[in-house]
Write a protein that binds this ligand. Sequence first.
Ligand code: ZN
Length: 121
Amino acid sequence: MSDIAAFLLARYEADARIARKTLHEVALRREGYGGWESVDFNSPQAADHGQRWKPERVLRDIEAKRKLLEVHHMERAGGYEDCWVCKTPYEYEAESYPCDTLRILAEVYDQHADYLEEWRL
Ligand SMILES: [Zn+2]
């Protein structure tokens, strides 16, 4: 099983890089064109989507997902790899790593070349 946490962190960093770049471009535009609100969207739905997914919101979303990755980290014990949080104490058949939480997070990126089908639920 390849490292799903490393895969997700790489995707999050790529998303964050784009969000930070957009923030920078918006800051430049604010000097002369009015900022993010001046972006010309083609439809009211697209404008609503754009308002909900401003770069600041994207970065907060990515930070929350990184925290989820920290919580659902791998624990090696007795020759098994389990999720530290999803494993039930005293349960002989603990959930193997990666847990369903990480698999669900990874499905967002299932079109990426590094996504492994074995991660799909
Ligand atoms: Zn877990």
